[in-house]
Ligand binder design. Structure first.
Ligand code: BGC
Length: 716
């Protein structure tokens, strides 16, 4: 589809929404209208706003024109309708939606414009489905490759996650939908997620786990934030005075609604006083929720001041005003669902999300004029993944599996065979033998390997047990590659897996969970209609024990406490500091062409536009086909007064170039790119020398220059 046209359309829609909302909603008049409404509401009516009266809704106050707020998951599209009580689907037929590629894949594009487009698609579909708040994006940092929800998060780096979050939220909220950044905070594992107590030092919290939430609030103006299930420093996150009152609402000035994760509230007083504004998903009758009758009773007895409730009500009304719901103002019906435009966006994004990990002897792209036969192998070639993963599940209008995509693209002249190759129930030697026989007689073998996106394999509620491909797939791939060296492995999964067969296969493509158009996008890349340009948003370790939380032995916690002893050294920060060779480093991804980097230059700024220095370099496409490169910029400090990771991503830019073409990439760095968090002082950017490293991955630095800062400055 024509991306440029879509981006223009989204930008114009955003602009129109901005003016539509800016006109009547003069901050002052909104606040006084809110005061007026609060003064007209009974205690009972106010209580009705701050807890659920359905699985995904709150009661409104029809008497005052305050509508019900409808919510839905989530991060990869609009979830199907769920029964009011319980978790069963309603069985409606009008709740199909567009399934976007996994958010981890979105992060692999390193393209905030695509994140905006992604958010816009979901926002438009939410609108068409009558939703007001969308429960996403999911912004927890990938601390361990085992986390069952890594697929719906955006990788291991706070800067990358922040940029993608801001794009996503802007795109979604421009449609008149409130986004809900989740899960605040330190929800980095599913094991014992409801009870685990996370302990980490303050600096790690500020530098690694909070930046994406802070950017969501302060840059994107996110309207809702969801509290996490876990505890943080002894207090549940949904009732956590430090996280919610002090940091989110106090320091960051968040004015919207804090929503509990479903069942994340535990105590009336703590919830009421420590920053929770809306209780959802608690077990039992809605009137018994902590923020329902027990809250009302506590107010009536004078145990909790009514001002605590009024503040929550104000927040609800403020969010309603922001999306044009108040007084029936400008909340327009509309939006659009399941359109070819949205399906094309899902395909575009997946095409840019795929990461080419290996391509020995330029096995890829396949030349359809020269290929007569392909042996397609593996259950994931036929499997559908949309309706999986927990709350991120989507009832997708359709889904193109890999096999179907290849058949459609290859056309009638290519003979395509399919063998399952493995069985989930038992190690089946006969199935391997069939696959090997098919591979032997085919020009190439394409093995769709990976994970099934269900219990223990990339889903909410459980973590993976290890990084191994299950169901004998390693053995299958090894034997297929032995039979046909032209073996291409397409991985469909939510993150790193071990690859003991890597040296024996010709090519490897990481496709993530690829969205409803996945099979078509994969075929586009395999046949070279699209040149892959995704980069890993997380380190792929050679073995689990190399990665920080596992090397420290802290995962999944002891005696109910998970200590983040690796501190700041999450992901590539750890591998770099400890000099451990990963299987594939953060930021890695090959292309069908090659890029040359030159002319790194630094342009000092006076700081008036917020930037301290602009970094420029020239990238040339020196190969034989068009392609895109993600230029990454890492910063390291020469003599920091507190120890810092060897290098940190502080900027990136994507550039598309025709064969033989070159172009300049400009990346701005502001003061924060040089700062670290000192718990005693705040964000400190020191007078010192900083190395600016520019490259194609965190381990493929092409150019460096030194930037000297003349003064130390401190900001809160
Ligand atoms: C998940 C949230 C989700 C909620 C509602 C919870 O189990 O953790 O991410 O938004 O359910 O479905």
């Amino acid at each position: 589809m024509n991306q440029t046209r879509f981006r223009w359309a989204s930008a114009i829609a955003a602009l129109v929404m901005f003016f539509v909302r800016a006109l009547p909603l003069h901050a002052q008049s909104v606040e006084s209208r809110i005061d007026q409404l609060v003064s007209q509401m009974t205690l009972e009516e106010k209580i009705g706003l701050v807890h659920a009266d359905s699985k995904f809704a709150t009661a409104g106050v029809p008497r005052l024109g305050i509508p019900r707020l409808w919510m839905s998951d989530g991060p990869e599209g609009v979830r199907e309708e769920i029964e009011t009580n319980g978790w069963r689907p309603t069985g409606r037929t009008d709740d199909f939606s567009t399934w976007m590629p996994a958010d981890l894949g979105l992060a692999a594009t390193f393209d905030p414009d695509l994140a905006r487009e992604y958010g816009a698609v979901i926002g438009q579909e939410a609108k068409a489905r009558g939703k007001h708040i969308m429960l996403g994006p999911s912004l927890n940092i990938q601390r361990t490759p085992l986390n069952g929800r890594n697929f719906e998060y955006m990788g291991e780096d706070p800067w990358l996650t922040s940029r993608m979050a801001v794009g996503f939220i802007r795109g979604e909220q421009a449609q008149g939908i409130a986004s809900c950044a989740k899960h605040f905070a330190a929800n980095n594992q599913e094991t014992d997620r409801g009870t685990i107590d996370v302990e980490m030092d303050e600096r790690t919290l500020r530098e690694i786990y909070l930046p994406a939430f802070r950017a969501s609030v302060q840059e994107a103006g996110v309207l809702c934030v969801m509290g996490a299930y876990n505890k943080f420093r002894g207090q549940h996150c949904c009732e956590n005075d430090y996280l919610l009152n002090k940091i989110l609402k106090g320091e960051w000035g968040f004015k919207g609604i804090v929503i509990s994760d479903w069942g994340g509230a535990h105590n009336t007083k703590a919830a009421a006083l420590n920053g929770l504004d809306l209780e959802m998903g608690t077990r039992g009758p809605y009137e018994d929720y902590f923020l329902a009758n027990p809250f009302r009773d506590a107010i009536e007895k004078g145990e909790i001041p009514v001002s605590a409730l009024d503040d929550k009500v104000r927040r609800h009304l403020r969010v309603m005003a922001a999306i044009g719901l108040l007084d029936g103002a400008s909340w327009s019906e509309g939006g659009e669902l399941d359109t070819p435009r949205h399906q094309a966006a899902a395909r575009d994004i997946e095409e840019e999300a795929m990461v080419l990990l290996k391509n020995a002897g330029n096995l890829l792209p396949l030349n359809s004029a020269k290929i007569n036969s392909i042996a397609v192998i593996g259950e994931n070639a036929e499997r559908r993944f949309a309706h999986a993963g927990g709350s991120a599940e989507i009832k997708s209008l359709y889904e193109v599996p890999g096999l179907q995509g290849l058949i459609q693209r290859a056309g009638p002249n290519v003979n395509i065979s399919f063998s399952m190759g493995y069985s989930r129930e038992k190690n089946d030697d006969q199935m391997i033998a069939q696959a090997v026989a098919a591979a032997k007689v085919a020009d190439v073998a394409v093995v769709f390997a990976g994970l099934p996106h269900d219990w223990y394999y990339d889903t909410e509620g459980s973590d993976r047990h290890d990084l191994k491909l299950p169901f004998g797939q390693d053995e299958l791939i090894r034997r297929v590659a032995e039979a046909n060296p032209k073996t291409i492995v397409v991985l469909i999964d939510g993150g790193a897996v071990e690859m003991p067969w890597l040296d024996h296969v010709g090519a490897v493509v990481e496709a993530w969970y690829p969205g409803m158009e996945g099979g078509n996008a994969i075929a586009d890349v395999l046949f070279g209609d699209v040149n892959p340009s995704g980069k890993l948003p997380c380190t792929f370790p050679k073995q689990l024990s190399d990665s920080p939380a596992h090397a420290m032995g802290s995962f999944p916690g002891k005696n109910g406490v998970e200590r983040y002893d690796e501190g700041l050294l999450v992901g590539y920060r750890w591998f770099d500091a400890k000099n451990i060779e990963p299987l594939f480093p953060f930021g890695f991804g090959l292309s069908y062409t090659q890029f040359d980097y030159s002319n790194l230059e630094l342009f000092p700024e006076d700081g008036s536009d917020g930037h301290e220095v602009w970094v420029k370099c020239t990238v040339a496409n020196i190969g034989s086909c068009a392609g895109a490169e993600v230029v990454q910029l890492y910063v390291s400090q020469a003599h920091p007064s507190l120890p810092r990771p060897p290098k940190e991503l502080k900027g990136f830019a994507r550039i598309k170039l025709e064969a033989g073409e070159h172009g300049d990439v400009w990346i701005p760095l502001d003061r924060s790119a040089f700062a670290f968090y000192d718990p005693a002082r705040g964000w400190v950017a020191e007078k010192d020398d900083f190395t600016i490293e520019v490259g194609s991955s965190s381990r493929d630095i092409r150019l460096t220059k030194t930037w000297s800062r003349a003064e130390t400055s401190v900001q809160k």
